[in-house]
Design a protein around this ligand. Structure first.
Ligand SMILES: [Zn+2]
Length: 446
């Protein structure tokens, strides 16, 4: 047996080959071996036996809006990464908007990195942004280590982050394809949104009608056409419309390089249950009907949807008014994403292995970190969540770590209690107690 500083043992370790009783050895922050359960513990190493709790790879959440600096009263790196750690997430990739400055130049990236560096409780990477006027900044951002570029096809809600029209998208995507980068897209078509009835007010049905499925479907159709023509790699963010699934399946079948994510709130909450005026449920695209949700689950199971990410996008509580038209759109899900997704997954007959694939392995692969994150396997970072999958808890907003404790999950009873979270071999949270920040800043592997 190899030398090890730390040995973790569980009757249920989720590995890429399946779940088994195993002993995992760790040295210098990396997994060195996954051994039989009764393997001898090397002299001098520290044994952590978690019994029947499940040892799973720390989750990799590639869609988080931290808002720091600039809108730190909405969310900051300290609070967001604590919430993530409490929820079993060990890596996040920060979205380029809602902070000031947005991550649209290398100088701006440096500002963000400086702010994040000593506040990150988990590992943090950055997406860049593609704006109408920053095509010249895309290559330098790519070289500086952003994981790809986010673009909106309809207004983003942040004035400093304008959306791309069809020509601008074409120019940005051609540039990004030229250096082998990845474009990630908020896909709602602005013309379909403008044509939809805009009643405003507190009725959820009116809000839902204002963000129709065909806005997503049309934007995705156009994106597929451009990806095909430019041989570009594109990723659809936060898919909500199940009507777009056949389009995506057909594009994949003909070799278009497209991947897709959805979010816990689309998988676990339904339009039918959103109370009028309850804008903690507002996000764009919106939470749709139960029948739509069933099709999203089918698409996850068959691989049409690759992964599940939070799209954690908080604001101060005062911006969550009871008017769905003007309330801030965004759901804060970091701390609850694993438990919420697992609760619904188990009810639908899926296993924790599936959840780990959607929320850790596939997201790590999306950003090119698959050799280092997202698996309990030799050579990977020793990032773990220890989960009691059958224990339940009722969501109390007071127990949440993100800055503004607004949540769409208040009062829900969820399965899956995160007992501890480990980052590169160090336990960073244990029964609600956090260490000092141990996170590092990540760059896209060159
Ligand atoms: Zn987002």
């Amino acid at each position: 047996m190899s030398d090890a500083e730390l040995v973790l043992r569980s009757t249920r370790v989720i590995t890429p080959e399946g779940t088994r009783a195993a002993t995992v050895t760790v040295s210098a922050g990396r997994i060195t071996a996954v051994l039989p359960y009764d393997a001898e513990v090397p002299a001098g190493s520290r044994l952590e036996d978690v019994g029947d709790h499940v040892l799973l790879p720390g989750l990799v959440d590639t869609h988080v809006h931290v808002n720091d600096p600039g809108r730190t009263e909405w969310e900051g790196f300290w609070t967001a990464t604590r919430a993530a750690a409490a929820g079993g997430i060990t890596t996040l990739v920060d979205m380029p908007l809602n902070s000031l400055p947005p991550t649209t130049t290398v100088d701006n990236l440096r500002v963000k990195q400086e702010v994040a560096a000593d506040k990150a409780h988990i590992d943090v990477g950055f997406w860049g942004g593609a704006l109408p006027d920053n095509v010249k900044d895309l290559r330098p951002l790519h070289d500086a280590g952003v994981f790809g570029f986010k673009a909106f096809l309809s207004p983003s809600g942040a004035d400093e982050f304008p959306h791309l029209d069809q020509d601008q998208l074409d120019r940005s995507l051609a540039e990004i394809a030229g250096f082998g980068g990845l474009l990630i897209v908020h896909a709602e078509d602005p013309h379909h949104l403008a044509a939809a009835p805009q009643h405003g007010g507190p009725k959820y049905a009116d809000f839902l009608a204002s963000r129709p499925r065909d806005a997503e479907d049309t934007a995705i159709t156009n994106l597929i056409a451009q990806a095909r023509r430019l041989h570009a790699r594109v990723h659809v963010l936060h898919l909500s419309s199940s009507d777009a699934l056949p389009l995506i399946r057909a594009a994949r079948a003909e070799g278009v390089r497209i991947t897709v994510e959805t979010c816990p709130h689309y998988l676990t909450l339904t339009a039918e249950e959103v109370p009028d005026g309850a804008s903690e449920f507002k996000c764009c695209p919106p939470i749709r009907e139960a029948a739509n949700q069933d099709l999203l689950w089918e698409a996850l199971a068959d691989g049409t949807i690759d992964c599940v990410v939070t799209d954690h996008s908080p604001s101060t509580a005062d911006l969550k008014t009871d008017d769905f038209a003007t309330a801030w759109g965004g759901i804060s899900g970091l701390q609850l994403s694993l438990s919420a997704t697992w609760t619904e997954a188990r009810a639908r007959g899926y296993g924790l292995e599936d959840v780990v694939r959607w929320m850790s392995a596939k997201t790590a692969a999306l950003v090119g970190l698959g050799a280092r994150k997202g698996a309990i396997a030799p050579g990977h970072d020793a990032d773990f969540a220890v989960l009691a999958p059958d224990e339940t808890f009722t969501v109390d907003p007071a127990g949440l770590q993100h800055r503004n404790r607004v949540t769409a999950y208040a009062g829900k009873t969820l399965h899956g209690v995160v007992k501890s979270t480990w980052l590169r071999g160090e336990r960073i949270v244990h029964d609600g107690e956090f260490t000092e920040p141990k996170g590092t800043l990540l760059a896209r592997p060159q």
